[in-house]
Design a protein around this ligand. Structure first.
Ligand SMILES: [Fe+2]
Ligand SMILES: [Fe+2]
Length: 163
C-alpha cells in the first residue's frame, strides 16, 4: 500500500462520516439492506475507542468480504457486462482494507486505520451511486432472483454495455 499522509483529525474516535440516506439507495432490497448494514458498521468503527477499534474494523472487513462476494456472484450468474471493472474495484478495496487490518493489528497504526475508514466511506458513497446502482438496474430489468440465481427476463438485458 502506498504511504498515506495521516491527518491529525484521525487520531481520535469521531462521529460517523457517512449516514444512510435515500441518495444511497439503489432500490433493490437485498443490496440496500447490505448497504445499510455497511454504513452502520463503518460508523460503529469510526466511533470506537482505540481499545475496540480493530475489532470493529474487522467487523467492517468481514461484512465487506461477504457483501462483495455476493455482488460478484450475482454478476457472474447474470453475465453482467461491466463485471470486470466492478469486481476489480471490490478486489482493490479489499486488498487495501486487509492491509489496514495488518497495519492496525501488527503495527498498531490506529490513526491510519481511522483515516482508511473515512476514505472507504467516501469510496462507498461513489461506488453505490454508480456501479452498484447500475448493477441493481440491470438485475431488476432481468427480473433476477438472488435466491435462485435465475433471471426471469434475460432477454431484457441481452445488449447490456461492457466495461
Ligand atoms: Fe454494494
Ligand atoms: Fe459493488
Amino acid at each position: 500500500m502506498t504511504e498515506i499522509v495521516i491527518d491529525e483529525k484521525y487520531t481520535n474516535p469521531s462521529e460517523p462520516s457517512l449516514q444512510w440516506s435515500n441518495d444511497l439507495a439503489v432500490d433493490m432490497a437485498p443490496m440496500d439492506e447490505t448497504h445499510v448494514e455497511f454504513v452502520a458498521l463503518l460508523g460503529a468503527a469510526q466511533m470506537a475507542s482505540d481499545a475496540d477499534l480493530m475489532d470493529r474494523y474487522q467487523d467492517v472487513l468481514a461484512h465487506t468480504e461477504d457483501h462483495f462476494e455476493r455482488e460478484d456472484r450475482w454478476m457472474a450468474q447474470t453475465q453482467f457486462g461491466p463485471m470486470g471493472c466492478h469486481a476489480q474495484q471490490h478486489d482493490t478495496i479489499l486488498q487495501v482494507m486487509r492491509e489496514g487490518l495488518r497495519r492496525g493489528r501488527e503495527l498498531h497504526q490506529l490513526p491510519l486505520v481511522r483515516q482508511l475508514l473515512h476514505e472507504v466511506g467516501m469510496w462507498f458513497e461513489q461506488h453505490a451511486q454508480t456501479m452498484d446502482a447500475g448493477l441493481a438496474m440491470y438485475l431488476k430489468a432481468a427480473e433476477f432472483d438472488p435466491e435462485t440465481g435465475v433471471m426471469a427476463k434475460p432477454e431484457a438485458v441481452a445488449s447490456a454495455p461492457q466495461c
